[in-house]
Design a binder for this molecule. Structure first.
Ligand SMILES: *Cc1c(COP(=O)(O)O)cnc(C)c1O
Length: 371
């Protein structure tokens, strides 16, 4: 299916087989208990930690977008923790990107290590060099966040499989409308739906997707037995947001493409990273494996003071640590200790129309430059 076909099908997925008089929007089923006479049966709801009809509606939509069975989690990290718990055992080695989202490294260091799981980290670009022998699981994040390096996922996933390991791709920054890692050979996809899929800065959610039925059974068992389950209202909010994901994501990427070009030409900007830019080191491989270049731009200003002035004084930017909302946001990533320049800003382009957004960015860049 093309992305357009998927987006069109999504609009009618929940409504296709409704009974006469049924609401078009899925109900928010707030329930811990379900009516359960006789013996329990597969497919019949029994208890709210095991199943919930609002999760089902959401997971049908996620499974359509991923074109693979998908399970919802109450945050991106809950999804990543489930993949660790389902896929690793004492003595295993897991390789994590050193320049990717940092919380998986904290989790591995603080909790996996004491259960005898060894972890090592490598820069995303080094993942393209192979050397996965002895690993049980390899996490990839392409584009990396916040550096926006891109690696060949087909080649990396092939090399990981040849080494007998499982490839897990964190696809948060791209969403299924920008990149489809399972189609590129990944064994597992994880994502934080807190970002563009939720898109309105009001809900945390995440999901795991994979064609490996045994692995997904373990992921589901971890959710049921570990007990970190999505709230029905949060699942409903994400389901609602998915209906506009393709529209929002397309607008955000189109606007980001123009803004990246203009930033590159702006005298206050020292460097720009964006996979959609022709001269970006990521451009060739991004064009081959991504359907859109994304809405996150990395730009470097002269120093910390100018970066902070730009972020805090721009009328069209909210200073936040997250991204993917309808409103443009920005953050100086060095404040978290990321290995980037002091003046490096991660800009998340929202759904504002291009020209008013650019006018505000341009004004703030000029003010930071002279200020
Ligand atoms: C935000 C993020 C996560 C974690 O997601 P939460 O929903 O905050 O738990 C994981 N990976 C990436 C790439 C992220 O940006």
């Amino acid at each position: 299916m093309t992305d357009d076909e998927t987006a069109a099908k999504l609009q009618h997925l929940h409504t296709a087989d409704l009974a006469k008089g049924a609401p078009l929007a899925p109900p928010i089923v707030m329930a811990s208990m379900f009516n359960l006479p006789g013996d329990p049966e597969t497919g019949v709801a029994a208890y709210g930690r095991m199943e919930n009809p609002t999760w089902d509606a959401l997971e049908q939509a996620l499974s359509l977008l991923e074109d693979a069975p998908s399970l919802a989690f109450p945050s991106g990290m809950a999804a990543i923790a489930a993949v660790f718990m389902a896929g690793l055992k004492a003595g295993d080695r897991v390789i994590l990107p050193s320049d990717g989202y940092y919380t998986p490294r904290l989790l591995a260091d603080r909790f996996l290590a004491k259960f005898g799981v060894v972890f090592e980290t490598r820069p995303t670009v080094a993942m393209a060099e192979g050397g996965f022998d002895g690993a049980r699981m390899v996490f990839l994040e392409s584009p990396s966040n916040p550096g926006l390096d891109v690696i060949d996922l087909v080649e990396s996933c092939r090399a990981i499989r040849a080494a007998g390991a499982m490839s897990v791709v964190d696809n948060t920054t791209m969403t299924p409308f920008g990149q489809r890692p399972l189609d590129l050979g990944a064994d597992v996809v994880v994502a934080s739906d807190t970002k563009a899929p939720g898109g309105h800065s009001d809900v945390l959610m995440g999901h795991v997707a994979s064609h490996d039925a045994n692995f997904m059974a373990d992921v589901r068992a971890w959710r049921t037995q570990g007990g970190a389950i999505p709230g029905p209202f949060e699942a409903w909010l994400l389901h609602r947001s998915l209906g506009t994901l393709e529209l929002r994501f397309a607008r955000m990427c189109d606007t980001a493409g123009v803004i990246a070009e203009r930033l590159l030409a702006h005298p206050a900007v020292q460097a720009v990273r964006y996979p959609g830019l022709h001269d970006d080191p990521s451009h060739a491989i991004a064009t081959a494996q991504m359907t859109r270049p994304g809405f996150v731009i990395g730009l470097t200003l002269a120093d910390r003071a100018r970066a902070e002035a730009f972020i805090n004084d721009c009328k069209a930017l909210s200073p936040t640590t997250s991204f993917g909302g309808t409103h443009s946001t920005a953050e100086r990533r060095a404040r978290w200790g990321d290995d980037v320049a002091d003046g490096f800003v991660r800009l998340s382009v929202g759904t504002e129309p291009l020209e008013p957004l650019w006018a505000a960015l341009d004004a703030a860049l000029n003010a930071a430059q002279t200020g």
